[in-house]
Design a protein around this ligand. Structure first.
Ligand SMILES: [Zn+2]
Length: 345
């Protein structure tokens, strides 16, 4: 990828590059997940480190851009939880080879912050800025956050720290208060759609709707395997007599994050349907949604939506994923059970 800055980020990046002499030492980039928050941080970093001398966004052609692209620019570091290092799909299997590290950490560890000491202390290699990108910022536990705090309080000269988060409320107040906030822009729908078309995404409108307007999620959602899994799941939701137990079984070994997202967005659309509004996430399912909404008990659906929110908070550690999903689907079926016209409020 030579164009490293996403189209909807360009004005923000250009503005920061123009202000490079007066930048704060730390920026907290926050915004909606799936709109390219980390990409924005990297785009800012590369554009500030770019040595083309032309200003604006990174040229993609100078030596500095080359090192950046290859991941070895000496004045750039990126810190993230180990679990993001490689998306190798190896769930904690019972027959994993002995002696291997069980599970990669979901958190940024204090050692990772301490390991930055040399990078922070030494003079920069290219006589420009030194830039650290850290994401997701809320994945620092208090130990690591406190270690970083020292750097934020007494930042070395010519240093820019970019913290990235989609959950700004989960950061320590002391961290938040030492950063200048930068709201990551969200793309207008037409900008997102033309970008998706350029990425070769078929049916970009449906993909963007499924992703709630977040274009990077939309790219992932447009993958055929993802589409197939989502459609199969939605078929069960659309037909209350469908085999929910088999559906739960199909997700027995899988991470439940996506199925719960599908269920939640589906119920969200169902609630829109209760108010005779068109679906936001499943525009191609409006007939099924309005049929269900037309006979369901609004209060039961709302109660279910509340319980679903709680369930999504627990999704990372259900004891038994199949039972967990099965229970949710049974509750869903009960919530959308048609009420007789006489009993309707
Ligand atoms: Zn360059």
């Amino acid at each position: 990828m030579s164009a490293t800055v996403l189209p909807w980020h360009r004005p923000v990046v250009e503005d920061l590059v123009a202000r490079r002499a007066t930048l704060p030492h730390a920026l907290l980039i926050h915004g909606r997940e799936g709109t390219g928050l980390v990409e924005l941080a990297r785009g800012i970093a590369q554009s500030l480190l770019c040595e083309s001398g032309q200003g604006g966004t990174a040229c993609g052609a100078c030596p500095a851009c080359g090192w950046f692209r290859d991941g070895n620019h000496p004045d750039f570091r990126e810190v993230r939880p180990e679990s993001l290092d490689e998306e190798d799909a190896s769930p904690a299997d019972s027959d994993a080879p002995e002696g291997k590290e069980e599970k990669k950490s979901l958190f940024i560890k204090i050692d990772q912050i301490r390991a930055l000491a040399d990078f922070m202390m030494l003079t920069t290699h290219r006589d420009g800025l030194r830039i650290l990108v850290l994401h997701p910022a809320e994945s620092m536990k208090s130990e690591a956050a406190n270690a970083l705090l020292k750097t934020l309080e007494e930042p070395p000269p010519r240093t820019l720290i970019l913290l990235v988060t989609s959950r700004v409320g989960r950061l320590l107040a002391t961290i938040r208060s030492r950063c200048q906030k930068l709201a990551a822009p969200r793309p207008a729908p037409d900008v997102a759609l033309s970008w998706l078309r350029a990425q070769g995404v078929g049916q970009p409108e449906l993909a963007l709707a499924a992703a709630g307007g977040a274009p990077l999620d939309a790219v992932a959602f447009a993958a055929p395997e993802y589409q197939a899994a989502r459609s199969a799941f939605v078929r069960v939701l659309a037909d209350p007599r469908g085999d929910m137990l088999a559906c739960a079984q199909a997700h027995e070994k899988a991470d439940l994050t996506q199925p719960l997202l599908w269920l939640h967005t589906w119920v969200h659309d169902l609630m829109l349907g209760l108010h005779a509004l068109p679906p936001a996430y499943f525009p191609d399912q409006s007939a099924a949604l309005s049929r269900i909404a037309g006979s369901a008990n609004a209060r039961a659906v709302c109660r279910f939506e509340t319980s679903l929110r709680e369930a999504r908070r627990l999704v990372h550690h259900p004891l038994n994923p199949r039972l967990f999903l099965e229970q949710l689907l049974i509750s869903y079926a009960a919530a959308i059970e048609p009420v007789s016209p006489a009993k309707r409020p």
